[in-house]
Write a protein that binds this ligand. Sequence first.
Ligand code: ADP
Ligand code: MG
Length: 695
Amino acid sequence: MTTKRPPTTLEKMGLNSPMALALHLPSRYEDETELFTIEEALGLGRFQSIQTQGVVIRNQVLFRPRRQLLVTIEDDTASLQLRFLNFYPSQQKQMAVGSHVRVRGEVREGYLGAEMVHPIVRAVTPDAPLSASLTPVYPASAGISQTIIRKAVLQALRDASLKESLAEFLPPKLMAEILPSNDWPPLQEAIVYLHQPPADANTQSLLERTHSAWRRVQFEELLAQQISLKRAHAIRRERRAPSFKKDQPKTKASKVSSSIEEGLLKVLPFQLTGAQTRVWSEIGLDLSNAFPMNRLLQGDVGSGKTVIAALAAARAMDHGYQAAIMAPTEILAEQHYLKMREWFEPLGVKIAWLSGSLKAKEKRLAQEMIGGGDAQLIIGTHALIQDKVSFAKLGLAVIDEQHRFGVRQRLEIQQRVGSELFYCHQLMMSATPIPRTLAMTYYADLDVSVIDELPPGRKPITTKVVKAARRDEVIGGLHDWLVKGLQAYWVCPLIEESEVLQLQTAVESFEQLTKALPDFKVGLVHGRLKSEEKATVMAAFKANEIQLLVATTVIEVGVDVPNAALMVIEHAERFGYAQIHQLRGRVGRGSADSVCILMYAEPLSLAAKERLQTLRETSDGFVIAERDLSLRGPGELLGAKQSGDAMLRFVDLQRDAWLIELAQIAADRLLAEHGDLVERHLERWLGSRTEFLKA
Ligand code: ADP
Ligand code: MG
């Protein structure tokens, strides 16, 4: 047996080759190329980190208010206080009275006048040379110093292998034709520049990553991503999936009676809208292909996506395959389950229900039905994916509110029928539109259908923004509302830090409202309830046995009670754009005028104020999603916590949106005209990071 040495911290960070180190680019820079007098530093240093120097004239350890080292330096112009809350004896020695030090930091107003807290200190002679280039600061992890990374990077940049790894191989002719102006440096030059920018470099553009050296790197990274996405697209088209053509149902049963699809259209209490008809034909066409569908059905809250999912499921079942519908929460999955039973049971379809909260025995039974092929339609939470349920013959998977699942949970169900391996068709559904930049990058291999029309008879929702101080008034209005025979939701604040606290406030509101509205039945639903308990409350609300439903955000998606047209959201300032938009979509489903009251507590941050204002002014999901994206960045929208390294490293989708198009064109041309270079480019940029090939 060979014993392996443990990986170094650098290796753990993935910095295990000269190339990896070369591509470990600085996150910012520090300017040690300039030196200011203390007097100058006192003025300039309040806005930025600045370098100055002087002789130590005082050095003392104070014990109040806590142990700290206080050092004073001076030059011909002024003196400056340095304060260290943690320090080593060696530092104390380094800054002994009489020694000369060069320090760098920001100046702030302290107890005893202007001071630098924890500046970077070097003991040097007054005429020690300044550094010739900006000092890079690298992304680092705990337990590793900048010095070590800097050294490793410098060494890597001198490594002979880099010449080859960073060689210029994108055809100059192609680059010249695509790029707006040809002032980008060659790759190797760009990389070296970013690690060691000269003293006169444009610091601003370096920091903002808009410098031509950054552009060069960003372009290459995007190019790799575009190529890999185009590849993924091609790979999907080579995979096999069962073809579900409309007119050739394969099962004998469906020849005798009418098909499930036709039956469903007959039992529906409404006609499809024009938009629904259009998206259904797009999806129908995908399903008839012999390669797996990968389509997003996007439609604002309440636009009627569920019935499209049901139609797709019906088509799969008509061909003798199973269909599964998955949702992110129990409540939403249950809603689907109830709806599907209502629509499909009269047609004799066998439906299985599978969720995380089933008892072991029930779960086993459900799994047997699914694995044995007795269940034609399977409804559940994403436990369906996580528990690795084995399906007898799954032809279609529908994933509702797919953005909640994040990138990594995109499922890949492969099955063997006879000797043939096939994949199932996938339909994602979301009320959150994908902004254009994301559609062009992470979701580039996703076809999109949009329902851009609400079912007829919907009334616009009036949104009001109200101070929490007017709570009694709001409750008074709520009373008048209920008297009219209408129902309402009361949504309790989101308390991210603590589920217990969240529950507690929900219970308090519930008790207060029960007391304030004695003529009406008030219900409470929250995340801690068992799923049967939740279902009972929801069913009672649906049947108007409960008039006011107090709820935590568990009702965020999918709940559908048309008679409930008023929603009050407490502490609306704590919710994000998408959450309020989703919540608000619960009302406005019936014939009554709908109202959403956003109650907020003061003081309101500027961002929260803007958010509430936008939400009051628009209910357009696209506008809201764009605002949301600009606020949070795409990572969070995608579930970046899971996607991690799949993200682009140097590109910011908003700042660099215009580059995406260039990269797209370049990727097409490279694939068409220079197939031999494609592998090299991917290898350079992705190495082993192949995750985003699957996006
Ligand atoms: P979402 O897109 O938010 O999932 P749903 O599928 O839950 O929306 O539909 C919202 C409501 O609209 C449901 O009550 C549904 O039955 C109803 N609905 C869907 N399509 C139509 C239609 N074409 N005409 C009338 N009502 C419809
Ligand atoms: Mg829905």
